[in-house]
Design a binder for this molecule. Sequence first.
Ligand SMILES: [Zn+2]
Length: 197
Amino acid sequence: MEAAQQLLCTWQLQGKLPLREVYSIFHGPCPTLQWMKLLLDGVIVPWHAFISTLAAHQALPTVDNICSRGMPMVNRCVLCGSAMETHQHLFFSCPYSNKVMQGTLTWQGIIRRILNLKHKLNKLARYRCKTWRKKLSCCALAAGIYGLWHERNKRIFVGHCRSPDQLLRWIKYCVCLRMYAWQKGILNYDMLNVLIG
Ligand SMILES: [Zn+2]
């Protein structure tokens, strides 16, 4: 507790309390999450980044999360109606989500499957490729996560459903707009090929 006492002395002498240091004394140092930097990139729509961050921390109010806090609810995925709603199911294991997320990958010319959001974000953070390719992948991933969460909420609260193809079209539209704005309207041939492909 020596560090805490020092901090209290500084507070008394200077009248300032550095919150970052207080936090690290009581909770330990925070590891730097490389993938957070990806989501903070300006090319990603802020709402998409926010929902994706919560999804990566499994902190969205999915039915299993609500039930774990003692609120009894029927746990059934509204996208497929055949499994329990968890983060992993809602974004990756659900046949509906799988079709949407695989669609975003096929669009980019990627064959591999996404197994888990944190795993995918960590892989993207380490991935060495052209800047626009990385931005496109992050933008599409975040738009996909947001799109699925939005679709789930619309079905529950508004009763409105979209097919996986309709949602995929919306995701592509969002990504194209963001990439176009980021490049100030000047797209190279490779990028154009992916976006309109
Ligand atoms: Zn499902």
